[in-house]
Design a protein around this ligand. Structure first.
Ligand SMILES: [Zn+2]
Length: 219
């Protein structure tokens, strides 16, 4: 977050808005230097955040999820101040490049990817990672596997002209990576469904180093 603030300052660009792709703590952070710009999310994301942060002990529980070696660098006072956008709003409300909000039910309630069509950029939240296996939302849906596959179809349909894929964890990918990761994730989810043992090379990668899981354990 500090890097973002630095980069924007160096570019002479104002900070106009933020967007939280989903209601896991590591996607709800903020830095005072980013100012008071609105931080949007889907209506369902915002409602989930409100619900989960509603009791006095919520931030203390989140603090326990943060690796101790970086905890001091992660202030939680500005965590989760998300403005929910109405479900029918398909674009980020700003006057910059058009950014399409692609909401789907996978990984977390109200998860959304962002598609900057004129630049060919897909910001995928915690979908389409090259280091994390698909992590299904097991608590907020009756059929997480079916929902996850539907979300992958939705992303695939939107990703025809994507040149740059930006996942929340792992590496940025080019056009070739979009379909490679879609295929890899679909294969993993099908294997889960078939109760096989998925031979996915990303299994276990998320347990080491600083790249912990996306938001700790799914609730
Ligand atoms: Zn997550």
């Amino acid at each position: 977050m500090a890097c973002l603030a630095n980069d924007l300052r160096e570019l002479g660009q104002p900070f106009v808005a933020g967007f939280s792709t989903h209601p896991h703590w590591d996607h709800l952070l903020w830095h005072a230097r980013l100012g008071a710009a609105p931080r949007y999310g889907t209506a369902r994301c915002a409602a989930t955040v409100r619900d989960r942060l509603s009791d006095a002990g919520a931030k203390a529980r989140i603090a326990e999820l943060i690796p101790p070696d970086i905890a001091e660098q992660i202030p939680l006072d500005l965590l989760g101040l998300i403005t929910g956008l109405p479900a029918e709003m398909a674009q980020i409300p700003w006057d910059g490049p058009q950014i399409r909000i692609i909401e789907h039910q996978a990984h977390a309630p109200g998860h959304a990817a962002l598609l900057i069509e004129e630049r060919g950029v897909l910001v995928a939240g915690d979908m389409l990672s090259d280091v994390l296996i698909p992590m299904l939302d097991l608590n907020d849906t009756a059929d997480p596997i079916k929902d996850y596959l539907a979300a992958l179809r939705l992303l695939e349909g939107a990703a025809h002209d994507v040149d740059v894929l930006v996942p929340g964890h792992g590496s940025i990918g080019g056009a070739d990576q979009v379909h490679a990761r879609l295929d890899q994730d679909r294969a993993y989810v099908h294997a889960l469904h078939d109760a096989g043992v998925p031979g996915d090379p990303r299994r276990g990668l998320g347990r080491t180093g600083r790249s912990r899981g996306p938001g700790g354990t799914p609730r």
